[in-house]
Design a protein around this ligand. Sequence first.
Ligand SMILES: Cc1ncc(COP(=O)(O)O)c(C=O)c1O
Length: 386
Amino acid sequence: MCRNHVATRLQPFGETVFATWSRLSQQHGAVNLGQGFPDFDGPPDVIEAAHRAMVEGHNQYAPMPGVPALRQAVALDFGAATGLAVDPDADVTVTAGCSEAIAASLLGLLNPGDEVIVFEPFYDSYPASIAMGGGVMRTVTTRPPLFGIDLDAVRAAITARTRAILLNTPHNPTGHVASREELEGLAAIARDHDLVVIADEVYDRIVFEGRHLPIASMDGMWERTITLRSMAKTFSMTGWKIGWAVAPPPLTAVVRAAHQFMTYAIATPLQYGAAAALGLGDAYYTQLQTDYLARRNLLCDGLERAGFGVHVPAGTYFVMCDHTPFGFANAEAFCQHLVEHVGIAAIPPGSFYGDPADGRDLVRFAFCKTIPVLEEAIRRLGRLMG
Ligand SMILES: Cc1ncc(COP(=O)(O)O)c(C=O)c1O
């Protein structure tokens, strides 16, 4: 028998669900609405800026916290979104995507046995990153149709060991955009119990209803919040893996304590590209929203016509649906049928829950695809009923 060399704390996680379903998608020649990567390129000016940086010789290690041009652009962008005075040197750290920012925040913050409150369904790197940090995850479940935050459940999940709340808004996979009431409630809980909030805001620019409100801008929250963002979704550059953490110096120290030994510094020329991206201005963001709104409406209408119960998202480029009208035992069985016989890959969300049974009735589709690809998927959905 083959010996399992994987550390005990990482054994429960296995292969990520995205790798599994992308492989199946390829095997079956399916339209891949599983993993959340755009099938189109980001802005040409941004690519050109990174290329120019390479040609101009920006090819050695970047400074550990990030190149100054990008940190300045992040400070301006975050300052404009929150009204906070952000210091590019003291408050900003560039990371290998938001993924590294999540891991660095948790590895830098947690002592063994510290607890982190996470809303489920969760992004699948959260439990693994908490485990790597030696922490313990406490989940609070959000439920359809609204997937709202139950503040009483959050209060009930707090113990003497609670160290942080890991919040994601706009939320993958549910598309929920936290309301002012929800955020003020969470902020009050964090203040009352002296908790750190790690705010994963990678979808901050993809909002269709309501407004994204950064929790760092709420009363007394700047000093206890680490905000994480990334180029991946906003600029359709998931392959660049450029993200950043914004936090006051004591919490920036937390991020950098881990970051300096995990990656030390991030791809230099791509940071110049990211700085150019943040300079594109409002017209770019307006177009991004318009394009995603059209894609959301197209796919949601198609899914509804095909017979799904559709939980139309207020933000992000994902939509959660109820697949039970089709009579399959669970989400895996449904997704297996979908990829093999209908030619569409989607994600069964069981691994986004502490208890996979909570995601049994749901399936996640991504609509970060070009209109012809979404139209082809909708055409194939016709096979579901046939
Ligand atoms: C909620 C959430 N956080 C973080 C990430 C990872 O971001 P990055 O690609 O910048 O590492 C993703 C990517 O899908 C995500 O959905």
